[in-house]
Design a protein around this ligand. Structure first.
Ligand SMILES: [Zn+2]
Ligand SMILES: [Zn+2]
Length: 282
């Protein structure tokens, strides 16, 4: 767990939104469409509770977990410095050093200006988590986004079904307060489903190429510079889609969608396409 864990306004907004969507989906949409005491109603409530629980568990884990602290005793391996690590920002083979933290920086580590510290395999700083997404919490962040997409689309289907069921009933029986809940839920769920699906697609792309968001942007520039001199830039940590998936999310398909397996390795060194012969866990 990180040293300073403050509950920010965006974190409260996310928790309130999850609570609102859960309440309306189970106690208004499912109850209105099937009835919670019927078998289909009960089954839908159980399945939705499971996906919503995974969503909130991974969200809280991503908020409270330290994203990847660089130990003040970290000293780069001089032998590593002599081998081609191919860091994009590495100039003239110098060891990477953070002036603000007065520490050597392991490969893929970046200094976060918001957190005011270096973060291992930093992806980005997320205001909705009030935390950085880095080596140690990337997995739970990804699993959170995955279950958030599943939960939002599931809730949207139940909303549409409940509205359609209501439309068949006598209009006078359909209360105004329920209609307001339908409208608020639709206003929340449609943009959330679209935005989270795009975010999920983006991170699936990044995982398949073993890139962080920062490395993607650095790579675009590196590719342009390489093309100018007639070279082809290749991301050094791209080991092929399957190797990339297993090195970022875990060794099997089951662990890819569960938060149970920790992020692989120490975060101090990563395999590159140049040293594929070195064992994965260091
Ligand atoms: Zn730093
Ligand atoms: Zn940060």
């Amino acid at each position: 767990m990180r040293e300073s864990c403050s509950i920010s306004l965006p974190v409260l907004v996310v928790l309130s939104t999850i609570a609102y969507i859960y309440y309306t989906t189970v106690f208004v949409f499912i109850d209105g469409w099937f009835g919670l005491r019927t078998s289909p109603g009960f089954m839908n409530a159980v399945i939705f509770t499971a996906t919503a629980s995974m969503c909130i568990f991974n969200y809280v884990a991503a908020v409270v977990k330290d994203p990847g602290l660089v130990s003040s005793t970290f000293v780069p391996d001089i032998e590593d410095a002599e081998t081609p690590i191919h860091e994009i920002k590495r100039k003239g083979g110098d060891l990477r050093y953070c002036q603000k933290c007065s520490n050597f920086k392991p490969p893929r580590t970046h200094h976060c200006r918001v957190c005011k510290r270096c973060v291992l395999r930093m992806d980005h700083h997320c205001i909705w988590l009030n935390n950085c997404v880095g080596h140690a919490n990337y997995k739970v962040f990804f699993v959170f986004v995955l279950y958030a997409v599943i939960s939002c689309i599931y809730a949207l289907v139940l909303l549409v079904g409940s509205v359609a069921q209501d439309a068949q009933k006598d209009e006078e029986k359909s209360r105004g307060s329920i209609r307001t809940l339908y409208i608020i839920s639709g206003i929340l769920l449609v943009p959330l489903s679209v935005a989270l699906s795009i975010l999920l697609g983006w991170h699936i792309y990044l995982i398949l190429h073993n890139k962080t968001t920062i490395e993607y942007h650095e790579g675009v520039r590196a590719m342009w510079l390489a093309e100018k001199v007639g070279n082809v830039y290749q991301h050094p940590y791209d080991l092929g889609p399957y190797e990339n998936l297993t090195s970022v999310l875990g060794p099997s398909i089951f662990t890819w969608i569960c938060p149970i397996s920790r992020h692989i390795g120490s975060g101090l060194r990563f395999r590159t396409s140049y040293d594929m012969m070195i064992p994965a866990s260091i």
